[in-house]
Ligand binder design. Structure first.
Ligand code: ADP
Length: 285
């Protein structure tokens, strides 16, 4: 079995308040460039500009960052999955009570700023407003992080780079990135890869034949065209890979498609019926 990038782990942390991951890629992650994202990231990294990755879920943003962090160093990559309870202290750090003593525990952002890692705040709009304010002085020429609780301001390590992601498909009035935040980031737009690239991704990731990968990807294209018919978002490359993996593990294609993406995409009986018809048109049995 090939080593997954996840196995190149340096450390993975989980605290009561927040789980985050810190990895140093020792082997080159498999990544097929889709457009100019690699050159853009490299140019932005050269000037340490903060980056916004825009795009639907499961289209390769995380894999791209794993690849870039390998290519540019390797540099450690610290990833925080943002959620609505995520506070500034979760990112920066907090004092913990240990017996009669208090001990300061750095949060993931502080670790990244100090050690020169790439810090990836995934789905940043989900986080509370105070966290957004916190990243402002890190995302302009100042490159500083105020640690309010400690009364300190730390300067970012020269290799530190901030990357955030954002899914415009989930946009709502309440959860949108303000222009004052957006306009601090170089934006790279992601979408599902072209048929040719996606076929190669599915072939590699699911270890299936080119023919089968091609069928799964064509199916994905048709499902994405059904988006107006009640699907919030098209099928992700991730789900197409899962479907390929289920078939590779011996499941009949129709069953694999049902569990691999149809049920994952919708709870609506009518929509799921239309999806199944598309599946049946590609996989005869
Ligand atoms: P996101 O971070 O956008 O939600 P991921 O990076 O986790 O999505 O992508 C999901 C999966 O899709 C990856 O684990 C990988 O298997 C595959 N993938 C998508 N795009 C690519 C690509 N361009 N090259 C290689 N693998 C890709």
């Amino acid at each position: 079995m090939t080593k997954s990038p996840r196995q190149n782990s340096l450390t993975a942390h989980a605290s009561r308040h927040l789980a985050f991951e810190e990895y140093l890629q020792k082997d080159e992650p498999f990544y097929l460039p889709v457009a100019h994202e690699v050159e853009i990231f490299e140019a932005a990294h050269f000037k340490r500009l903060p980056i916004l990755l825009k795009g639907p879920t499961g289209c390769g943003k995380t894999r791209f960052l794993e690849y870039m962090s390998y290519r540019l160093g390797p540099l450690p990559l610290i990833t925080v999955a943002c959620h609505e309870d995520l506070t500034a202290s979760d990112l920066v750090g907090r004092y913990l009570l240990e017996g009669d003593e208090t001990r300061w525990l750095d949060g993931p952002l502080t670790r990244a700023v100090q050690s020169g890692a790439i810090c990836y705040l995934d789905e940043v709009v989900e986080a509370r407003k105070d966290t957004i304010v916190l990243i402002h002085p890190l995302s302009d020429h100042r490159r500083i992080l105020p640690l309010e609780r400690r009364g300190e301001v730390i300067e970012a390590h020269e290799d530190f780079q901030l990357v955030i992601s954002y899914n415009p498909g989930y946009q709502s009035v309440l959860k949108d990135l303000k222009p004052s935040t957006r306009q601090r980031f170089v934006a790279i737009e992601f979408d599902y890869p072209s048929e040719l690239i996606e076929t190669n991704v599915v072939k590699h990731e699911a270890a299936v034949s080119e023919e089968l990968a091609g069928q799964i990807v064509r199916l994905g294209g048709k499902v994405r065209n059904l988006r107006e018919h009640g699907l919030q978002e098209g099928v992700s490359t991730r789900l197409l890979v899962y479907t390929g993996q289920l078939i590779a593990a011996g499941l009949a294609p129709r069953i694999a498609c049902q569990s691999g993406f149809v049920q994952a995409l919708t709870d609506d009986g009518e929509v799921s019926k239309s999806l199944q018809e598309v599946v049946e048109a590609i996989f005869a049995e």
